[in-house]
Design a protein around this ligand. Sequence first.
Ligand code: MF3
Ligand code: CO
Length: 248
Amino acid sequence: MINIYSDDEIKKIKESGHITYMCHQHMKEFIKPGVTTKFLDDEAGKFICDNGGVPSCLNYEGFPRNICVSVNDEVVHGIGSDRELKEGDIVTLDICTLYNGYHSDSAWSYPVGKINKEKERLLYHTEKALYTGLKELKAGVPLGNASARIQQYAEKHGLGVVRELVGHGVGHELHEDPDVPNFGKYNTGIILKPGMVIAVEPMLTAGKRYVAVLDDDWTIVTQDGSPAAHYEHTVAIREDGYEILTGE
Ligand code: MF3
Ligand code: CO
């Protein structure tokens, strides 16, 4: 079942989304060579709690940490550890907040110091892929149009589109209907309605699109070891477009 949220509820999701957004801004200064991924996790958890929220990832289906911290070939669901970031790495923070009964979800990939051209391209085009998909969203349009756009954009730039993980509805629960794949065909899928709230989250790779799960049963990595990037916003569907709920 796909929830339709009232303007008042969307306002609340946006309050949750604002904490998620501010948490990303807060984390930027800590992303430097030498910092551990556990430190980033702790710092983000503290920020969310200090702002009256609860980290939605913590204990989600047994996930052991506040946020997901994924480095280089790790696509999603990385678990903070004593691993230190080094110059040239890329790191994705996937931050989810529960505030006042509503969840918000936003991931962003960041460079650690100076990164190589391959990673620079990957970050640039994955962020672009997100906005290219978002532009398709408005009431009355099939959701598959956004999925198709993301896939088309990614493949045009030689990037792999991870298919095993998809975006999702978000609001009362962190993961709700509908699924929001990053691949598909135009004129397929559900018809968007005003008040739907979805997380759109392209996960792209610089190599092949295939992924594997590490022994910790959480961390998803690329099979070929190529770097991966992940950009995600929570957005509300409006009559004439979309509204980002995890932005400023
Ligand atoms: N943003 C992530 C997702 O949509 C949230 C994962 S929470 C976790 O899948 F607990 F599963 F890591
Ligand atoms: Co998500």
